[in-house]
Design a protein around this ligand. Structure first.
Ligand code: FES
Ligand code: FE2
Length: 378
């Protein structure tokens, strides 16, 4: 690629990638973590916000601090649909309008506002629109309408969202990074796949052929994906994940996996997930293990094969192991990087258009976007 790469990593207010990402609805919190009456500080796109759930159950997102003397609003109290500052009781409604100042003269409150953002809950996640102007249409996926249930997770990862996005579209890495995992069990790692990708109205279709089995996944521009995922003993799920920058160097992966199970099978699956979560609590955090591997203290292959986070740890070694400052232009891109190269090309094109004020691609998700329920034979 002869064009220079745009900066994919800087995501703060005013940055090109940050401006682009803010043009789309983005998940900012798991629904289950937003408890009524408990406002939360949220950091996303290197910026701070306050998220709270009103008495109606609706989530609201406003600016981080009270404009009076700057106390964080996440320390405040929820009153109906409003949030009251902990310090002197200035109160803001969900549109950011100050509606009460108990210790001030009447008439002042109406002149005071804080930023407020549209929110929406979908498939167990709280989404917000942090861009300018009216929010775009909310994107939905028909896979969630099948028979089954949604499993939500979030995972904070100390490497850039774009590095993770590249890793997710890179089918070749399975055979090397993910040895000794569930992917061995289904023969995914037996041979290096033949890969394919093409631009689609929603982003990119990517495929990997291993023998006569094909694995299909979709990158949904700009920063989410739909692919099939395999859990040992538990079968296949549709893996839907958004890679949302916290700041330039870290991100949260928000997941809404659709599991094709109902009744007793679904209950058994949920118990297995709960057991995995319980086990995780007794272990060193995955990020610490990744750091110890990269510092040379242990090797990735020392991580037990049944570690609940082995795949995340392995991906972390590859993602953090690239170094956080590496410029894309330094890479020696090869034939097996076609999917990564296309991801970069799409992003580069859109950021270039944004920088120069040219029209952006209007991504569209078809009603029937689906993935194979696993590796499909032909
Ligand atoms: S700092 Fe918020 S009311 Fe005074
Ligand atoms: Fe991976």
């Amino acid at each position: 690629m002869d064009e220079r790469y745009e900066d994919f990593m800087s995501v703060g207010p005013g940055s090109l990638a940050g401006r682009y990402l803010r043009m789309f609805w983005q998940p900012v919190c798991l629904s289950e973590n937003l408890r009524p009456g408990r406002p939360m500080p949220i950091r996303v796109f290197a910026d701070d916000f306050t998220l709270y759930r009103g008495a109606s159950g609706a989530p609201h997102l406003v600016g981080p601090r009270c404009p009076h003397r700057g106390v964080v609003l996440s320390a405040g109290r929820v009153v109906g649909e409003d949030i009251e500052c902990f310090y002197h009781g200035w109160t803001f409604d969900s549109c950011g309008q100050c509606v009460r100042q108990p210790a001030e003269n009447p008439g002042f409150a109406e002149k005071v506002t804080i930023p407020a953002y549209p929110t929406r809950e979908y498939q167990g996640l709280v989404f917000a629109y942090l861009g300018e102007g009216e929010a775009p249409q909310f994107p939905t996926l028909s896979v969630f309408e099948d028979e089954g249930f949604v499993e939500n997770r979030e995972s904070y990862r100390p490497w850039p969202f774009f590095t993770q996005l590249e890793n997710s579209v890179d089918e070749t890495h399975f055979n090397f990074t993910h040895r000794r995992t569930k992917f061995d069990d289904i023969g995914m790692n037996d041979e290096v796949p033949e890969i394919h990708c093409e631009e689609m109205p929603y982003g990119m279709l990517r495929m990997a052929r291993r023998g006569n089995a094909v694995r299909k996944g979709h990158l949904l521009m700009p920063n989410w994906s739909l692919s099939s995922n395999y859990e040992h003993d538990k079968g296949w799920a549709n893996h839907v994940v958004w890679r949302v920058p916290v700041d330039d160097a870290t991100h949260t992966s928000f997941m809404a996996d659709f599991v094709y199970k109902t009744g007793a099978e679904a209950e058994a699956y949920k118990r297995a997930i709960a057991a995995k979560r319980e086990r995780r609590k007794s272990l060193e955090p995955a990020v610490e293990t990744i750091r110890r591997i990269l510092s040379g203290e242990i090797h990735a292959d020392d991580v037990p094969a049944d570690h609940p986070d082995i795949v995340t740890i392995q991906d972390g070694v590859s993602c953090m192991g690239q170094g956080l400052q590496r410029a894309r232009g330094e890479d020696l891109m090869a034939a097996s990087d076609r999917q990564v190269a296309m991801l970069r090309r799409l992003w580069n094109r859109e950021l270039g258009a944004l920088r120069e004020g040219r029209p952006l691609t209007q991504w569209r998700i078809p009603d029937d976007l689906a993935t194979t329920k696993g590796v499909e034979g032909e």
